[in-house]
Write a protein that binds this ligand. Structure first.
Ligand code: BO1
Ligand code: ZN
Length: 265
């Protein structure tokens, strides 16, 4: 594989050897970072407009195991703008980061705490055709981060994904999925509360081109739904020695002189 997580010779700490842009000495805009729950709030950061998220788009989506994550390709009917983002962004995919227990899993931390999972909704600035074009723009990508915490009940909205996860247990597997309103996967309340900062992709090539939005309020899923990922997804291909994909989060980076904004109180 190009890169991996967790094992000392290829954990995120060593990505910089093969991917210079991933080395923490190169630039001050790495992600993830620790978010401070006590920061001052910027009342002019309005809620982000989520275009098309309230209905099931036509066509089909595709869920796939990339060996690094479980990715849901979202077609071309969704977009985000506003909320302080410099332009409109086409929403292309979402994916997940998780751990090996409920003690870890998220990429961003809040006051040092890691949530059990983090979902990333990835959008490309709509003036660009693809990620390669967006790579030259420090705000080429907008990623919405949603923390996933453990609750007592199955999250019925999340079931549509967690029930399909066993179908993509091995690297390279994919399965078609019926589209649903993406709003179902977002926090039901307080979407106007989020963190905003300029950062990077959290996997190689670690490009420092991401306008990050991390929602303050988590969504809740059951332990079983978390285990579908943490105990059911392999980074090996079918038939090979089974190796679970766990702890697919990058280590925390320094904020340096960056401004980290928090939306209204
Ligand atoms: S993340 O949200 O910072 N974890 C993140 C990390 C890597 C990517 C996206 C988001 N990578 C790229 C893929 C491309 C793909 C693009 C948009 O996402 O490497 O192949 O086109 O889907
Ligand atoms: Zn991610």
């Amino acid at each position: 594989a190009d890169f991996c997580y967790d094992r000392y010779y290829c954990s995120s700490y060593s990505w910089g050897e093969k991917f210079p842009a991933c080395h923490p000495v190169n630039g001050i805009h790495h992600s993830p970072i620790n978010l401070d729950g006590n920061m001052t709030r910027n009342k002019s950061l309005e809620e982000i407009h989520l275009i098309g998220f309230d209905k099931a788009p036509p066509g089909q989506w595709k869920l796939r195991n990339t060996g690094y994550s479980v990715v849901l390709d979202l077609g071309s009917n969704l977009a985000v703008h506003g909320g302080g983002l410099p332009g409109t962004y086409r929403t292309v995919q979402l994916h997940f980061h998780w751990g090996d227990s409920t003690m870890n899993g998220s990429e961003h931390t809040v006051n040092g705490r890691r949530y059990p999972m983090e979902m990333h909704i990835v959008s490309i600035k709509s003036i660009y055709q693809n990620l390669t074009e967006a790579m030259h723009d420090p705000s080429g990508l907008a990623v919405l981060g949603v923390f996933i915490d453990v609750g007592d009940l199955d999250n019925e909205n999340f079931t549509v994904i967690s029930n399909l996860v066993p179908s993509v247990a091995y690297k390279g597997k994919s399965v078609a999925m019926k589209p649903f309103p993406l709003l179902n996967l977002l926090p039901a309340q307080n979407m106007s509360r989020f963190y905003r900062y300029h950062g990077s992709l959290t996997t190689p090539p670690c490009s420092q081109i991401v306008m990050w939005t991390v929602y303050e309020v988590p969504i809740y899923v059951s332990q079983q739904q978390i285990d579908a990922f943490a105990a059911g997804i392999y980074y090996s291909e079918e038939g090979a020695n089974k190796t679970l994909l766990q702890r697919n989060f990058r280590h925390i980076h320094e904020t340096f002189t960056r401004e980290v904004y928090a939306s209204r109180d």
